[in-house]
Design a protein. Structure first.
Length: 672
């Protein structure tokens, strides 16, 4: 009957003195509360029932390496025994000497010496423990009533005391890393879009960039400390204390990383607290969350993986498992906050922070995709991150698709004064411009969630998602580009409806020109959105603007130019001064009315304003100059010719240059 190995303690005592054994004590004095065994010998040298204490006394001249060699030879002889049920050979003196020497070393380490001060001594001590571990494994094959039982028990107890010592030293060394090199990331780098307001053209929030996390070393252990921990871990694992060693490492390192996250400003916030917070406050927390994730990927995780590999270099599978469990604990904190944000009330201004979070999780996944991350733990870790990323993606799609509803709901019946750019146009185009800075991310998001209800392409066929353009210059369709075009079409319809609120057809054209030009300039000014809409769309938009321009000219200036028509001036073959005077008077009256009205109109785009003035002047000024040049002589001979010829051609040209300024007092200033 084989005897079972002695039970190991579930946890080691932190008090070294409580585990000390007196050098002069007998086996009874070597009892350990954690190891429920008792020595059968009455003297340390009694490792066999018929042993003579004098014959088995230790030889003080032998060194520890020599004793280990003798024990190894004894072990080799035991390996040749085929049947463990046979009576084992007597245990030689060298075994007792080894146990006594190791016991003394443990006492020295527990009292005044510190493990790790002399690598040569430490290595010899660990080699001795490995030798004892082999001894225990071999002796454990023999029956419990054999002559080896007492030595087996004593060796097991000494090994346990040694492991308790190493466990404490392992913990102390792990906890002694230099925390002064931690990065200060509480001032996060700016994301692409900090916030977005309906009335705000530019919503960027410029924050000074922090020191690069690449320059920060984590964790900051000295090479000597890592070497020492490697020796301890190797000894504990080879001696059957793998779970104790891993428990210490996992506990200390998880606490260390948790402390590091706290110092970086990332706190545990419950879902309930997130729901109660204002979005402005959450934006700062999200920025910290994003920065901490990036720092974790580039510094914390890579440093922790390197540390694991260094300490457990002889056991790569243990290293992988330990690192994965530590990373999973951190990732759960990241995912919990992400899920809390995904549950907040959805609104348009949240899109950009949601996309920042999506990108942060997306960029974190590849870190766990290499060949060293193949265990089930890593699959669980990646599944958690993928799921959280997917929930953020669904929120992003929902928010972006809701932009259509925002446009539909903007159905006010009050026209924008002076035909200016409508706030809805500014909001929508700035929103789309900023959104298209996330073009690649939105392409990914829409490709994965294109079947979501409420999106323009939710029920459509599968689309080509490759970038580029078709042969006719139109961009290749993708779920996101379809949604973008749907929003643009809806905005056009809304603006056309709003233009009908103006009673003056000319002002209606100015409104459509202002908004159309604003849209076109925004698209041309952004490479991302221009690529999405394509050159064909831009050419169509430019053509529409030219049509609005022609319609404005026709509605405003056609009747005025009719005053300068020569038809009807001749009566019975002679020029009628009465009709001529009436024509000049009518021209001046109509021009004054146009100037008074349209000088209050607004064309905010400088180039469009200049184009309109030049085109009007090119039509009106030459016609008026020709008319005045031909007929002014018929009025200058009479009284008060200025009464009828109110403006010279130069005056007309100057007054045209005052149109579309949004300034109602320009004519009044001129008259005074």
């Amino acid at each position: 009957m084989e005897k079972p190995p002695p039970e190991k303690s579930g946890s080691f005592s932190r008090n070294g003195n409580g585990n000390q054994m007196d050098d002069n004590s007998g086996p009874a004095g070597a009892e350990s509360e954690a190891v429920h065994v008792k020595f059968d010998c009455k003297h340390p040298g009694e490792c066999g029932p018929n042993s003579n204490p004098e014959e088995h006394s230790s030889d003080p001249e032998l060194s520890l390496p020599q004793v280990r060699k003798d024990v190894d030879r004894f072990l080799e002889s035991l390996y040749t025994i085929n049947d463990a049920s046979n009576n084992p050979p007597d245990v030689p003196n060298c075994v007792d000497s080894l146990l006594e020497m190791v016991q003394k070393i443990i006492t020295i380490y527990d009292s005044n010496a510190k493990f790790g001060q002399k690598q040569e001594d430490d290595s010899s001590f660990i080699e001795s423990l490995n030798c004892i571990s082999k001894l225990i494994n071999v002796l454990g094959e023999f029956p419990s009533n054999s002559t080896t039982a007492s030595c087996f028990n004593r060796a097991s107890t000494i090994l346990h005391l040694a492991m308790s010592l190493l466990d404490s030293e392992f913990r102390l060394t792990l906890e002694s890393y230099n925390q002064g090199n931690s990065a200060d990331l509480k001032s996060p780098k700016p994301s692409k879009q900090a916030s977005f307001s309906y009335r705000q053209e530019s919503a960027y929030c410029v924050i000074p960039e922090s020191k690069s996390s690449e320059d920060v070393e984590f964790p900051a252990y000295a090479s000597e400390a890592i070497s020492k921990m490697n020796r301890i871990a190797t000894a504990m694992i080879s001696s059957g204390y793998e779970s104790e060693c891993c428990m210490v490492y996992n506990t200390v390192r998880r606490n260390a990383i948790s402390s590091e996250l706290d110092k970086l400003g990332f706190e545990n916030i419950s879902i309930e607290d997130v729901q109660k917070m204002q979005w402005q406050s959450l934006e700062g927390v999200i920025s910290t969350w994003i920065t901490v994730i990036k720092h974790s990927s580039s510094v914390l995780f890579s440093g922790e993986r390197k540390l694991c590999s260094s300490i457990f270099s002889e056991h790569p599978s243990i290293s992988q498992t330990l690192f994965c469990h530590i990373a999973l604990a951190v990732a759960v904190r990241f995912v919990n906050f992400s899920d809390a944000i995904a549950l907040t009330k959805r609104s348009a201004e949240k899109l950009f922070k949601i996309l920042d979070m999506y990108e942060a999780l997306r960029d974190l996944i590849p870190f766990f995709d290499d060949d060293t991350c193949s265990s089930e733990c890593y699959e669980e870790l990646k599944t958690e991150i993928w799921a959280a990323k997917g929930r953020l993606g669904e929120v992003a799609v929902s928010i972006f698709c809701d932009l259509e509803n925002s446009i539909r709901r903007d159905n006010g019946r009050t026209p924008v004064p002076s035909g200016a750019v409508h706030p809805l146009t500014r909001y929508t185009m700035n929103y789309l411009k900023y959104a298209c800075e996330y073009k690649d991310t939105l392409e990914q998001v829409f490709q994965k969630h294109q079947k979501m209800e409420g999106c323009a392409n939710s029920n459509g066929p599968e689309l080509d998602t490759k970038n580029g353009a078709n042969d006719d210059g139109t961009p290749k369709t993708s779920p996101f580009s379809v949604q973008l075009n749907s929003i643009m079409d809806l905005l056009d319809e809304n603006l056309d409806m709003k233009s009908k609120l103006y009673r003056d057809p000319a002002l209606r054209c100015i409104f459509l020109m202002n908004n159309g030009r604003y849209i076109l300039q925004k698209i041309k000014g952004s490479d991302e959105i221009h690529e999405m809409m394509g050159d064909t769309w831009c050419r169509k938009r430019s053509s529409d603007l030219r049509q609005y321009h022609k319609a404005y000219t026709r509605e405003t200036w056609t009747r005025l130019l009719q005053c300068l028509n020569h038809d009807g001036l001749m009566v019975n073959g002679k020029l009628s001064k009465t009709i001529l005077k009436e024509r000049f008077k009518m021209f001046s009256t109509m021009f004054d009315e146009i100037h008074r009205t349209q000088s209050t109109w607004v064309v905010s785009d400088v180039q469009l304003q200049s184009e309109l003035r030049i085109s009007v002047s090119a039509v009106v000024t030459p016609a008026y100059r020709s008319f005045v040049g031909r007929f002014h002589q018929y009025l200058t001979s009479g009284r008060q010719p200025d009464k009828y010829i109110k403006y010279q051609p130069e005056d007309i040209e100057n007054l045209i240059d005052e149109l579309f300024d949004g300034n109602p007092t320009s004519m009044a200033r001129r008259r005074t």
